[in-house]
Design a protein around this ligand. Structure first.
Ligand SMILES: Cc1cc2nc3c(=O)[nH]c(=O)nc-3n(C[C@H](O)[C@H](O)[C@H](O)COP(=O)(O)OP(=O)(O)OC[C@H]3O[C@@H](n4cnc5c(N)ncnc54)[C@H](O)[C@@H]3O)c2cc1C
Length: 351
C-alpha cells in the first residue's frame, strides 16, 4: 500500500480522500476541526464543479439540498438592474451540506486524525496540502514568500429565513462595496464586501454587522430588509486573504490543492469549485498512474487554469469594488446591459 497523508479535511481534502483507490492507498486525513460545521453560507457551484460532483456520484443529492439560480442581475445600490443575466443553472449549496456529502463518501479504510498539524507527518509517501489559505504544507515546502496575503476587504455574509423575490436577486455594485442576494434552499443567502479597516485579526461578527448596516443604509429596501433580519448567530465575518502567484504545485512528494495552492478573492465564486476539480483530477491521476507521473500531470492540468482564475477573480474584485471609476463603470455596464437585452429579444423573435 502507498501512504498518502492529507493535511486538511475541508472540501479539497475530503473529496480527494473519497476518490483515492482504497485498494492501493493507505490514506490518513488530518483535520483540526473536531466535527463537521453545522453553520455556514452558500457556495455557488459552476457547471464544471457540478460535473465533478456528478463524477463523485453526489450531484443528485447536492441538487436536492441546494438551490438552482437561473436568473440574476448586476444592480445599482437602489436595485435598478444594470445587466441582467440568465444562465443554465448555477447551483448554490451550503458549505455544511457540501462537506457532509463529501465526508459521507470517504471510505471506512481512511484513517482520521483530529487536531491541528504544526509539524508535518514524517515517513515516505505522498503529503497533500489541502489545508487552506494559511497552509502549513505550503509554508514548510514553499517558504516564507508563499505566505498568504490579506486584501483590504471584509466579507460579511449569512443566511436568513424566507426566499427572495426574483426582482431582488443579484449583486448590487456600489462605490467600493458590493452586496449579493440569492435563494438558498428555503432561505436567502446574502453577502457584503467592502474595505473595512477592521484589521487582519479575527473579526467580531456583531461589530461587522453594525458596520455593514451603516455602510449599506442607502441601499434598496430588499437589502435593508435582509440586513434587519441578519444577526450574529446567522452571520459570519472575515477578512479576505489570498495566496501569492505560485509557479508549481508539486515539490518532490508534496502536492498542494484547493486554497492551499490558489486561494482567490471570492468575486467569481470559483475557489470551492476549483478545490473540488483539483481533488477529482489528482485522485483520478493517482489511481491510474505512477506517483511521479500523476503529480507531473496534475501540475500540467491544473496550474495555469487555476492561476488564471486567481488573477481573473482579483480583476473582477477591482471592477466590482471600484471607487473613483464607479460612475464610468456603471455607465458602461448599462450600455452592455442594453446590448445584451437587444440581442436576447432578437434571438427570441427569430425562434
Ligand atoms: C466570503 C467567501 C465566499 C466564497 N464563496 C464561494 C463560492 O460561492 N463558490 C466557490 O466555489 N468558492 C467560494 N469561496 C471560496 C471557498 O470557500 C474556498 O475556495 C474553499 O473553501 C477551499 O476549500 P479547501 O478545501 O481548499 O480549503 P478550506 O475550505 O479552507 O479547508 C481547509 C481545511 O483544512 C483544515 N486545516 C487548516 N490548517 C490545518 C492544520 N494545520 N492542521 C489540520 N487541519 C487544518 C481546516 O480546518 C479546513 O477544514 C468563498 C470564500 C469566501 C471567503
Amino acid at each position: 500500500m502507498e501512504k498518502v497523508d492529507i493535511i486538511g479535511g475541508g472540501i479539497a481534502g475530503l473529496a480527494l480522500a473519497g476518490r483515492l483507490d482504497p485498494g492501493r492507498f493507505a490514506v490518513t486525513v488530518y483535520e483540526q476541526r473536531p466535527e463537521l460545521p453545522t453553520v455556514g453560507t452558500t457556495l455557488a457551484m459552476w457547471g464544471e464543479a457540478q460535473q465533478a460532483l456528478s463524477e463523485l456520484g453526489m450531484l443528485g443529492a447536492a441538487r436536492s439540498r441546494g438551490a438552482t439560480i437561473k436568473t440574476g442581475a448586476l444592480r445599482s445600490p437602489t436595485g435598478e438592474p444594470m445587466l441582467s443575466m440568465e444562465g443554465e443553472g448555477l447551483m448554490g449549496i451550503s458549505r455544511p451540506e457540501l462537506l457532509a456529502l463529501l465526508d459521507s463518501a470517504v471510505p471506512e479504510t481512511v484513517r482520521r486524525i483530529i487536531g491541528r498539524v504544526d509539524k508535518l507527518p514524517a515517513g515516505a509517501g505522498l503529503t497533500v496540502g489541502a489545508d487552506g489559505v494559511n497552509s502549513v504544507v505550503r509554508r514548510d515546502y514553499w517558504g516564507k514568500r508563499s505566505a498568504a496575503r490579506p486584501t483590504p476587504f471584509l466579507a460579511v455574509r449569512g443566511v436568513i429565513p424566507g426566499t427572495p423575490s426574483t426582482a431582488d436577486i443579484g449583486e448590487y455594485w456600489g462605490r467600493g462595496e458590493i452586496f449579493g442576494l440569492a435563494p438558498a434552499g428555503t432561505g436567502t443567502n446574502w453577502y457584503a464586501s467592502f474595505r473595512s479597516g477592521a484589521g487582519m485579526d479575527k473579526v467580531d461578527v456583531a461589530t461587522a454587522l453594525e458596520m455593514t448596516r451603516r455602510r449599506y443604509a442607502h441601499y434598496s429596501p430588499a437589502v435593508l430588509k435582509v440586513l434587519s433580519l441578519a444577526s450574529p448567530e446567522n452571520s459570519l465575518a472575515q477578512q479576505i486573504w489570498t495566496t501569492p502567484p505560485m509557479g508549481r504545485y508539486v515539490r518532490g512528494n508534496v502536492v498542494l490543492l484547493g486554497d492551499a495552492a490558489h486561494a482567490m478573492t471570492p468575486n467569481l465564486g470559483r475557489g470551492a469549485c476549483e478545490a473540488l476539480i483539483d481533488a477529482l483530477t489528482l485522485g483520478k491521476l493517482l489511481n491510474e498512474m505512477s506517483l511521479e507521473a500523476a503529480l507531473a500531470a496534475y501540475g500540467r492540468k491544473r496550474m495555469l487554469r487555476t492561476q488564471q482564475l486567481r488573477l481573473a477573480s482579483s480583476l473582477m474584485g477591482s471592477i466590482a469594488l471600484a471607487q473613483g471609476m464607479q460612475p464610468w463603470r456603471d455607465a458602461l455596464l448599462k450600455q452592455v446591459g442594453k446590448q445584451v437585452a437587444r440581442s436576447r429579444r432578437k434571438a427570441e423573435t427569430s425562434k
